[in-house]
Design a protein around this ligand. Sequence first.
Ligand SMILES: Cc1cc2nc3c(=O)[nH]c(=O)nc-3n(C[C@H](O)[C@H](O)[C@H](O)COP(=O)(O)OP(=O)(O)OC[C@H]3O[C@@H](n4cnc5c(N)ncnc54)[C@H](O)[C@@H]3O)c2cc1C
Length: 439
Amino acid sequence: MYHDWLALLGDNLKPSKTRVIIIGQGFAGLNAAKTLLHSSAYKNALEILIFDKRNYHLFQPLLYQVATAALSPAEITTPIRFIFRDHEQVQIFLSEVLAIDADQQMITTTVGEYSYDYLILAAGAEIGYFGKEEWKSFAPGLKTLPLSLEIRRQILLAYEEAEMRPPHTPPTFVVVGGGPTGVEMAGAIAEISRFTLQKEFRKFKPQATKVLLVEAGERLLPSFSKRSSKRAQLDLENLCVEVLLGKKVSAIDGNNTLQLQSTIASTASTIICASVIIWSAGVRACKLTEKIKSQHAIKLDRSYRIPVQEDLSVANYPKLFAIGDLANSKGLPGIAPVALQQGKWCAKNILCDLAGKARLPFTYFDKGQLATVGRRRAVMEYRGFQSAGVVAWLIWIFVHIYYLMGMQNRFLVLMKWAWAYVNFKRSSRLIIEHGSTRR
Ligand SMILES: Cc1cc2nc3c(=O)[nH]c(=O)nc-3n(C[C@H](O)[C@H](O)[C@H](O)COP(=O)(O)OP(=O)(O)OC[C@H]3O[C@@H](n4cnc5c(N)ncnc54)[C@H](O)[C@@H]3O)c2cc1C
C-alpha cells in the first residue's frame, strides 16, 4: 500500500524534465548515468531514476578472488548512493524491476509503477545451465556476491571435512567451463592447495588436492588464439590442474557426482565424485528480457539477449535502449569494455536527441583480452600483440586496479595483492556458517 502511494506521488510530481530510467548499475548502467551527468548543457534538464535490486556496484571480474578468499566483498563493491551523492537529479531505488511495458513507456517494480521518457535497460546476465536448472543447487556459478561467498564456504569446508573425516582424502574440486573465469578459478584453487594451505592440515596433504577443469571444446580460452590457449593450459598443468578437454557434463546429482560425456569420440561416459563443483560454463541474459510487453514482438537470441539497432535502441522503440550483457549488438561478447562503452554511447545518443542532432551508430573500441592463471601467470592479447607470463600478469593487475571503483578500494586491493605476492596468504578465509555439512 505504502509502495503504491509512493509510486503515485512519484509520478504526480513528475516535472517537465526529461525522465531517464536506468535499470541496473553494472558497468553499462553506471557509465550511462555518469555520462548523462557529465553533460553540462543538459544535466539539469534531466531527471534520472536508477533502479537496482542491490545497493552496490559490483566489480565482477574480481568475484573469483572473493570466492578463493583473497579479497573480501567490500573491496570489490561501491555503494550506489555514495557514487551519486553529489547529484540531486538522481533518485535511487533499491528495487527489482519486474516488467516493462514498451508501448506505454512504463516499468513495474517492487515499489510501484513508473513512466519514462527514456529507458536504459542494463540489467546484465545470469548463470545459464543450458536448461538444466536443477544443477543450480549442486554447482553454484560465479556471478553474484552471495554466490561467490557460497563457493568460498564450500571450498574451505571441503578442506575441513577432509581433515575431520576418515579416510582423510584430499578434496576434489571440479570447475566446469574453460573460459577466463574457469581458468582463473582452477588456477586460484590450485595455488591455495599448493601454497597457502601447505602447512595447515595434519591428516592429509593439501598439495594432493585434485583440481579438474572440464571443457567441452577442444581447447581452453576459446576466444583467445591457440597459442594463448596452449600457454594457459601449460600454466595450469604446472600447478597440477588436470585439464579435461572435449568433455561435456551430462549429469550432476545431489551427491556431487558428475557424469562426463566425450564431445569428440563416442566413448563411455566418465563418472567423477567431486567435493565441490563450480559452474562457469555459460551465461544467459537476465530474466527481465522475457518480461517486456510490446505490440511489436521483440525476438530474443539464443541467450535471451535483446537484439539492438546500431544506435543501441530496440527496433520500433527509439526511447528504449538495451546495453551490456543483456543486449546483442552485432554479436559482441559479454565483457566489461563492451558494457562500459555501450553505457556511454547510449547516454550520448539521448543527449543527441535533446540537442536535436542525429544519433550515432555504436562503434566498439577493442581493448584486447586478458586472463590470469595465477601468480605471475597470465595471457594477454591486444590487436595482434600477444604476451604471456609476468608481463601479462602485471598488465592484468594494472587493468583491474585501474577499473576498480574508488581510491580506497584500489589501495586496499593493491596492498592485499602485494602482501599475498610475498607470502601467498589469503586473508579472507572465513567459513561464515555453523554446522559441519557443506549444504
Ligand atoms: C566471474 C566473472 C568474471 C568476469 N571477468 C571479466 C573480465 O576479466 N574482463 C571482462 O571484460 N569482463 C569480465 N566479466 C564480464 C563482465 O563483468 C560483464 O560483461 C559486465 O559486468 C556486464 O555489465 P552489465 O552492466 O551489462 O551487467 P552487470 O554488471 O551484471 O550489472 C547488472 C545490474 O543489474 C541489476 N539487475 C539485474 N536484474 C535487475 C532487475 N530485474 N531489477 C533491478 N536491477 C537488476 C544487478 O543487480 C546489477 O547491478 C566477468 C564476469 C563474471 C561473472
